[in-house]
Design a binder for this molecule. Structure first.
Ligand code: GRF
Length: 205
């Protein structure tokens, strides 16, 4: 049984999708905690309603990024995580923090990485005139929105699309993609080889 700790900053709809999939599909895992850097993150209420322990480590209370990351790490580690899941967690993390969770921290990013790291990805995809947009689940490495890619979801860009429309349509796909990728992790089906992810067939375990 693997322990998953999920970090959020806001709405938490990806966290919710993961919680629902884990319950419905009986993964060999449990959500050990949902932790937010924002006391008012909407997703905390959903987690609490499912009986999941919640915690807040407010970044505003810390003078430096390093101090915040140290406090966050201490809180996360109380829940003995096998996997840390960033789900709309809007903080840039320090290298020591990322290295502490090397090969056991995943992020979902709303673009087809390596395209458009950082913020405003829907605007960027539209501005580039791309016919396709998407989302990426990747292992977290010290460089922002880089790291071995586990899986991607693609959506077409339609004429007349706005950043909001794209974001909405992509979110529906994220809610399938992230549970899929996390389930692969908890089933020990992800192998990182020279910076690439290999997915083991279910039957080869
Ligand atoms: C998602 O679009 C995710 O890709 C990005 O932040 C957003 C979080 O949404 N990293 P939610 O909090 O999961 O609803």
């Amino acid at each position: 049984m693997k322990n998953i700790v999920i970090l959020i900053s806001g709405r938490g709809s990806n966290m919710e999708a993961v919680v629902r999939a884990l319950d419905a599909e009986h993964w060999p895992a449990r959500i050990a905690a949902v932790i937010s850097n924002k006391p008012d993150a909407a997703g905390l209420a959903f987690a609490a309603s499912r009986g999941i322990p919640t915690a807040v480590v407010a970044n505003k209370a810390f003078a430096t990024r390093a101090a915040f990351d140290a406090a966050l790490q201490e809180t996360i580690d109380r829940f003995a995580p096998d996997l840390v899941v960033l789900a709309g967690f809007m903080r840039i993390l320090t290298a020591p923090f990322v290295e502490h969770y090397a090969d056991r921290m995943l992020n979902i990013h709303p673009s087809l990485l390596p395209l458009f790291p950082g913020l405003h990805t829907h605007e960027a995809a539209l501005a580039a005139g791309h016919a396709e947009h998407g989302a990426t689940v990747h292992f977290v490495t010290p460089e922002l929105d880089h790291g071995p890619v586990v899986a991607q979801a693609r959506i077409p860009v339609h004429p007349g699309d706005t950043p909001d429309l794209l974001a909405q349509r992509l979110l529906t796909e994220e809610h399938k993609l992230y549970p899929y990728a996390i389930r692969l992790f908890v089933e020990d089906r992800l192998i990182i080889e020279q910076g690439d992810v290999r997915i083991l067939e279910a039957s080869s375990i």
